[in-house]
Design a protein around this ligand. Structure first.
Ligand code: HEM
Ligand SMILES: *[C@@H]1O[C@H](CO)[C@@H](O)[C@H](O)[C@H]1NC(C)=O
Length: 230
């Protein structure tokens, strides 16, 4: 019981990490999975973006629940002219098991995904706390002369949003199908993002990752402990 109370006392520390849902719908656009979830409670995935016109860039935040793994892995957002993988301009937030986190661009060709470097990216931060991967970065609208770094200001794209493992330092295929935004997204929009399974579009929606039963149990137990002791 003591250790359980300790876990519950430590929970607010997690809430101090980088990603925040303050301003969703008013100052920034947010995607939450499952729909309507609360950050650091029951969100298994979160993405937000806000136009940063001063820098000719867009500020992004992502959170991915990596429970059921050693906490390592990637979370990525791809800009796409369609809703499937291939010819997408991607930004990957990566946390290998035994190295520092990093943010890099990538480009997909069919179902392969090749890392392409850090041009056009700044302010990248990746952390993992209790198997929750969190990331923030600023992506320039475009890079002159780089056609694989899509200009997300002059053209609207579907967002592909997903998470997957890192194997021997390399990001590998997502465990679950990434979702695709229902619409092509305007970077100045603050509207909530609806994202549906890109592969089984008619069957499932808003499910990029499934919360582990262990996480549910811990939250349930914390609720119980709080109800009893506070
Ligand atoms: C890291 C290496 C990656 C590998 C090896 C990989 C591999 C694959 C494969 C094999 C499929 C097809 C599965 C099927 O048809 O049953 C697929 C689907 C998909 N992938 Fe990836 N993927 C990777 C990264 C990414 C990234 C970074 C994104 C975007 C953020 C992405 C978005 C998608 C989407 C939306 C689908 C489902 C729709 C479709 O079939 O095109 N993938 N991926
Ligand atoms: C982003 O764009 C600005 C203005 O075009 C440029 O000065 C800056 O170097 C770019 N940043 C990165 C990280 O590429």
């Amino acid at each position: 019981m003591m250790s359980l109370m300790l876990i519950c006392a430590l929970l607010p520390v997690v809430a101090m990490a980088a990603v925040s849902n303050a301003g969703c719908g008013s100052t920034k656009a947010c995607f939450k999975s499952p729909e309507g979830c609360t950050l650091y409670t029951d969100c298994t995935f979160f993405l937000s973006y806000v136009d940063n016109a001063e820098m000719s860039a867009v500020d992004f935040e992502m959170l991915a629940d990596r429970s059921g793994t050693d906490g390592s892995g990637w979370a990525g957002v791809g800009f796409s002219t369609d809703k499937s993988m291939g010819s997408d301009s991607v930004v990957m937030c990566m946390k290998p098991a035994s190295e520092e986190g990093a943010v890099q661009t990538a480009f997909t060709t069919g179902t392969t995904n090749a890392l392409t470097g850090t041009d056009g990216l700044s302010n990248g931060v990746v952390t993992v706390t209790n198997n929750i991967l969190e990331c923030s970065f600023t992506r320039n609208y475009s890079i002159n002369g780089n056609a694989n770094f899509y200009d997300i200001e002059s053209t609207s794209y579907y967002f592909l949003i997903g998470t997957g493992p890192i194997t021997s330092g390399t990001p590998t295929e997502h465990e679950d199908y990434p979702c695709a935004s229902d619409m092509k997204l305007d970077i100045t929009s603050k509207d909530d993002i609806m994202c549906s399974d890109a592969h089984h579009s008619s069957e499932e929606s808003n499910n990029v990752a499934i919360m582990s039963p262990a996480a549910h149990l811990i939250i349930f137990m914390c609720g119980l402990v709080m109800a009893l002791f506070y």
